[in-house]
Design a protein around this ligand. Structure first.
Ligand SMILES: [Zn+2]
Ligand SMILES: [Zn+2]
Length: 494
């Protein structure tokens, strides 16, 4: 058993802050045992500076960063108490976000650990037992100040203490990912991994998200609507504090939002983001949930229908196409009329048209297999949402399988674009309006829309923008009852 009695100096875990009137956040770029830093083209100068020392080093790419001596890392500690953070706190800063009086506050706490720390959890547990302390207070130490080794092309090694800031005016490729990032970065150790984050203003982050969500070629007002939705979503994610213990504020994947830096950013994207700077959508006492999807196919759905629970007041579902107003998509006959008889707007890009109207086939055998059935006899559509999406369906075969998740229904039918479809052929409606279908060997599905159908319909936003509507009108159409709010940055840190 190895007990280590070494005093560890803790540093800032997270560095979100209000600086010059902007909220700066840390967005994960990569993590691993070793991280390569290369210039996107040619060579780049990277300027490194240790947080606690006023020394900077300028190194030329390509560079490789690795942990100096991973075996000596002390990753486990005993949390003695959590107290308010003061400027002269010498413990461990942990940040979280809170919504207070229609403003985003950065809440800072000081985590005070016992001076002992441990290389493995078993040693930490043994120590708590020997000292009559609770195991529950053992926690992974997200960051210490171990040294990393930065080696250049010639094999010259520079040893630097983490957390480490580095900057580059040129685009860098990190960990071999073919995307370029410039500006300010933070390199830190979380657990036993190196983590590199992009430290940047929220709006620069939003500009790196918008093109992945709606396409950089979208009209300005649609891009502006998407920018406000993505910014609101980002602030909502910060308030969830889901990466509170990971050493960054947001990750760069679909778990949060896909962030690709300057990739596909253009002048229109930047205009959309910076002309709506700070704009988010709120409801009384809370930030709006600005979920969105590719194409509703006629009407959007309610959050309750699609995800269960109580429907949020601004996500009740709205009409997207005026022609759909007179139809009731909870009824099979109206769904069939809409999908087979109404031509939808065909003025958009090909991806828009294929999201609006589609058809596909699946064999009865494959459908049965997807459901874990050896044989499918018939199926019953119990309920559709107001967008026409099937949200409750029962399959009868050698056993009975009932699905009441729009997502699982799409999966079962072979990963369809949406669950707003009908199955070609005859059907019978029972006295409670349930639709009974005995499928043949192959089911032909005719559908509309792509995605879950809740919140803003991106193709609808594109259409509204092309018709000359502004981003405010687009947003309040899809998120009724919300208002645009710009004064949520109170520069509050407590
Ligand atoms: Zn995430
Ligand atoms: Zn729509």
């Amino acid at each position: 058993m190895s007990l280590a009695f070494i005093l560890v100096v803790f540093s800032v875990l997270q560095a979100a802050e209000y600086r010059d009137g902007e909220l700066f956040i840390e967005v994960l770029l990569c993590s691993g045992q070793k991280i390569s830093i290369a210039a996107a083209s040619g060579n780049a100068e990277v300027c490194f500076s240790e947080v606690d020392l006023p020394i900077t080093r300028i190194l030329q790419t390509p560079l490789n960063v690795s942990l100096d001596n991973p075996a000596t890392l002390l990753n486990w500690g005993y949390l003695e108490r959590v107290e308010p953070w003061h400027e002269d706190s010498d413990g461990h800063l942990r940040e979280s976000f809170q919504w207070q009086d229609s403003a985003l506050m950065i809440h800072r706490e000081n985590l005070v650990f016992a001076s002992q720390s441990f290389a493995d959890k078993a040693s930490a547990i043994a120590w708590t037992k020997a000292n009559g302390k609770s195991e529950k207070q053992i926690t992974a130490l997200p960051m210490q100040s171990p040294t990393v080794c930065v080696s250049d092309r010639s094999g010259n090694k520079t040893y630097l203490e983490t957390p480490l800031h580095f900057t580059s005016a040129q685009d860098l490729q990190l960990a071999g990912v073919k995307l370029g990032f410039s500006g300010e970065f933070i390199l830190k150790i979380v657990g036993s991994n190196l983590v590199v984050t992009h430290f940047l203003p929220l709006d620069e982050y939003v500009a790196g998200v918008v093109p992945n969500e709606i396409g950089a070629g979208a009209p300005l007002e649609a891009l502006k609507a998407q920018a406000v939705a993505a910014r609101t979503h980002a602030v909502g994610l910060l308030l969830n504090n889901r990466h509170k213990n990971d050493g960054y504020d947001l990750c760069n994947t679909t778990h949060c939002q896909v962030y690709k830096g300057k990739y596909q950013q253009n002048a229109t994207v930047r205009d959309a983001v910076f002309s709506t700077q700070n704009q988010i959508l709120i409801l009384p006492n809370r930030i709006a949930d600005t979920t969105y999807h590719s194409a509703c196919g006629g009407k959007t759905d309610s959050s309750g229908n699609i995800w269960g629970g109580e429907t949020l007041p601004h996500l009740v579902g709205v009409e997207c196409f005026a022609d759909a107003a007179s139809l009731d998509f909870k009824k099979e006959s109206d769904v069939r009329t809409w999908i087979s008889d109404f031509a939808l707007y065909q003025g958009g890009a090909s991806w828009e048209n294929s999201a609006l109207s589609w058809n596909t086939q699946i064999s009865s055998q494959q459908l049965a297999k997807n459901l874990g059935l050896s044989k499918l006899d018939h199926l019953v559509i119990n309920r559709r949402g107001n967008s026409g999406r099937i949200i409750d369906i029962t399959f009868y075969g050698n056993k009975t399988v009932r699905l009441n998740s729009e997502y699982k229904i799409r999966q079962a039918f072979g990963n369809t674009k949406s669950s707003f479809f009908y199955i070609k052929g005859s059907y019978v409606e029972d006295d409670q309006g349930r639709v009974v279908i005995y499928p043949g060997g192959t089911l032909s599905l005719y559908g509309r829309g792509s995605g879950h159908g809740v919140g803003m319909c991106q193709i609808g936003a594109l259409r509204m923008a092309r018709e000359g509507r502004g981003h405010h009108e687009i947003l309040t159409h899809y998120y009724p009852g919300t208002q645009i709010w710009e004064n949520w940055m109170e520069y509050g840190t407590r």
